[in-house]
Ligand binder design. Structure first.
Ligand SMILES: [Fe+2]
Length: 270
């Protein structure tokens, strides 16, 4: 999740009034717990059931829609269906796959803190889960968005490197316009990216994968699909409260990374 925007699990929803503490970015005063330092919360039976419900719902929607690379990552992490996974376990598996680890964040992070972790191959994840009343919409990332949605893609070596470079480039931004462009690139790739798989167009962006409504909508003809070009993405404004249109399609994760590195180098960000 970009640190500046809440989760749009349910488009057409009014903007929250900002009173929800999950929507207020945290400026860190001490480092986050990482890997084995992340304690397993004392989840209630209700919270565990919300995870089961969300998992079961997406498991039926993702075949034929999610990218092969995402589904491979999901299998590699072997995330529990019946119990919220422990961040420490997810971190251990990610570290084995691509050298990334997971930190526990209390909510949205300040942008500089968030990108600093990415630049060091650490993914800040929440460990709380939305209420049952928020199955279709939550104003801020929760652990279903972060764990189920984001971590499987970080198993892919090219995506993992791309994600780190996003963090590195963000820390090097010196002006608001470049920063805005990079935030848009993040939005239309990490959160809302599509890829051409051999069997057809598939989803790898987590803003889609963790939203049942957007997952069913995004591959239809109602949404304009454009080729991935960082310059073009950097110019595309987005509206977090509606289904995304247009979306951008990569040919491969090699292309995603190479084109981003070129864009960033041309701006002295890498
Ligand atoms: Fe996200």
């Amino acid at each position: 999740m970009p640190p500046t925007a809440p989760t749009t699990d349910h488009p057409e929803t009014p903007t929250p009034d900002g009173s929800d503490p999950r929507c207020i970015p945290h400026k860190l005063v001490k480092p986050l717990p990482v890997g084995a330092e992340c304690k397993y919360p004392n989840y209630s039976a209700e919270e565990q059931d919300v995870w089961r419900t969300l998992y079961a719902r997406m498991e039926t929607l993702l075949p034929g829609r999610a990218a092969d690379e995402y589904l491979t990552g999901l299998r590699t992490l072997d995330l529990e269906r019946d119990r919220i996974p422990a961040l420490a376990d997810v971190s251990r598996k990610l570290e084995r796959a691509t050298g990334w680890r997971v930190a526990r964040t209390p909510g949205l992070l300040d942008a500089h803190d968030f990108f600093t972790y990415l630049a060091h191959r650490v993914f800040p994840s929440t460990d709380y889960i939305r209420a049952r009343s928020e199955l279709d919409y939550t104003p801020a990332p929760d652990c279903f968005h972060d764990i189920f949605g984001h971590t499987p893609m970080i198993v892919h070596p090219r995506f993992a490197d791309f994600y780190q470079k996003i963090g590195q480039a963000a820390l090097a931004c010196q002006d608001a316009a470049t920063e805005e462009g990079l935030t848009r690139i993040y939005w239309f790739t990490v959160e809302f990216g599509l890829i051409k798989n051999p069997a057809g167009l598939r989803i790898y962006g987590n803003g889609i994968i963790s939203s049942s409504g957007e997952t069913q909508h995004c591959l239809t003809d109602k949404v304009t699909k454009l080729p991935y070009k960082p310059e073009r993405l950097a110019q595309q404004a987005y509206d977090i409260w509606h289904f995304q249109d247009p979306l951008f399609v990569i040919d491969s994760f090699d292309q995603l990374e190479h084109e981003f590195v070129r864009w960033a180098k041309e701006r002295s960000l890498l």
